[in-house]
Design a protein around this ligand. Structure first.
Ligand SMILES: [Zn+2]
Length: 110
């Protein structure tokens, strides 16, 4: 998974408005136990990583001019958020962790 560094000052995941609204949005989603808007799957609001953790998705992509306002945020599961191309620190950590699981069976046991 390629990851491109943004130029300094453009890393919106550290934007104060984004952080504030993300926190608010998460509290709302958790109260309502919202499922993932993309796959309809249940979200594990206690999870800090993995395919079921809560992700704050943008309804209109940042690349298409979407902003950080609450109305543009939606609940996504980690799986959908990662496959939709979002790049947040948590996803990068998760992508790193994935290397340690699943090793294909080899012929060494023969
Ligand atoms: Zn999903």
């Amino acid at each position: 998974m390629a990851f491109t560094n943004r130029p300094p000052g453009t890393n919106w995941s550290h934007d104060p408005e984004y952080k504030r609204n993300r926190k608010t949005r998460r509290a709302q989603a958790q109260d309502a136990n919202e499922p993932c808007v993309r796959c309809g799957g249940a979200i594990d609001y206690a999870a800090k990583e993995g395919p079921a953790m809560w992700h704050c998705g943008h309804i209109t992509d940042r690349a298409r001019g979407g902003g950080h306002d609450l109305a543009n945020m939606q609940s996504e599961c980690g799986q959908c958020s990662v496959t939709s191309g979002a790049r947040l620190g948590a996803e990068r950590r998760w992508a790193g962790n994935r290397k340690t699981i699943q090793r294909p069976a080899t012929a060494s046991r023969w």
